[in-house]
Design a protein around this ligand. Structure first.
Ligand code: AMP
Ligand code: MG
Length: 278
């Protein structure tokens, strides 16, 4: 495995239309090789998450991590949550899925519900869809006038700058599957009664609008991939690869925090004596 985060980082000028969604950048192994690699990465991730939590609890380290998962239906967001985020202690995770806004949410600025879902210090936040819906589905379906969604790119950049300055490391992942692979996945949902709950007839309507979505994703990447909060472009036809890659992204972000176990702020020997005597 070689530097997956660097390989996935969005480079200006890259076209969404040219992405190879079947690729596995930085991983030369097969699906069978991915399983043991995933198991050992999960262990490392769980350890790093515990360090983050411990440093907040014991040393008031206010930093946090926020994983933003953005992708079309059936790109595999749910699988990332289940298999990657599921590998860490839920105590330290703040997960939020963003669907169609409620009336209350619509009455507020688009970032209102986002701010309310930010990870507390010491936590890993996970956004299953995000504020980017407000420049994706909203743009594609003209849910607000172009001047309104058009201003949101700068608003988002400023908002993310604020988050990063306050100590949140952002990991933004744009997930892409081919239309063929999406068809296969949606068919699987239709064929399997245990997956009907994931199926939404509207998914086909969105699928038919892929050219418009492609444009919206392109604008999102071009305008909101910043130094403080870069996008990663993730090929998702092979789910085992995308999971491995997101695990690597989380590990990289956590390792950058350079965490170690917080030292005891009590006299260990004295505590032992008190314990024996108790
Ligand atoms: P799912 O993630 O499958 O539960 O679907 C949630 C749906 O809500 C998707 O079709 C999203 O595009 C849609 N959605 C999420 N955020 C917004 C938003 N801000 N405005 C309109 N639709 C949204
Ligand atoms: Mg869905």
């Amino acid at each position: 495995m070689s530097d997956i985060p660097a390989l996935l980082r969005f480079r200006p000028g890259v076209s969404v239309a040219d992405l190879d969604t079947d690729a596995t950048p930085g991983f030369s192994g097969s699906k069978a090789d991915a399983a043991p690699a995933q198991a050992s990465l999960n262990e490392r991730l769980a350890e790093l998450q515990e360090l983050l939590y411990a440093n907040w609890k014991a040393a008031d380290d206010r930093r946090s991590v926020l994983l933003v998962l953005q992708g079309m239906d059936a790109a595999g967001k749910g699988g990332i949550v289940k298999h990657v985020v599921g590998a860490v202690n839920p105590m330290g995770v703040r997960y939020t899925a963003f669907g169609k806004p409620t009336d209350e949410e619509l009455a507020h600025h688009f970032l209102w519900r986002i701010r309310r879902a930010l990870p507390p210090p010491g936590h890993i936040g996970v956004f299953d869809r995000s504020h980017y819906e407000d420049v994706l589905i909203v743009r594609v379906h003209n849910l607000v006038p172009p001047q309104v969604w058009g201003a949101r790119y700068d608003e988002i950049n400023a908002f993310e700058r604020e988050l990063v300055d306050a100590g949140t490391s952002l990991i933004k992942v744009a997930m892409f599957i081919s239309l063929d692979e999406q068809k296969k996945q949606l068919l699987e949902r239709l064929d399997d009664p245990t997956k009907h709950w994931k199926y939404n007839p509207g998914d086909i309507d969105e699928r038919l609008m892929w050219p418009a979505y492609q444009q919206a994703y392109q604008a999102m990447l071009d305008r909101t991939s910043t130094d403080h909060a870069p996008w990663h472009v993730l090929p998702c036809d092979r789910r085992w690869y995308s999971r491995l890659a997101v695990t690597e992204l989380l590990i990289e972000a956590l390792e950058k925090l350079d965490l170690s176990w917080p030292p005891a702020d009590f006299d260990i020997e004295a505590e032992k004596r008190r314990l024996f005597d108790s």
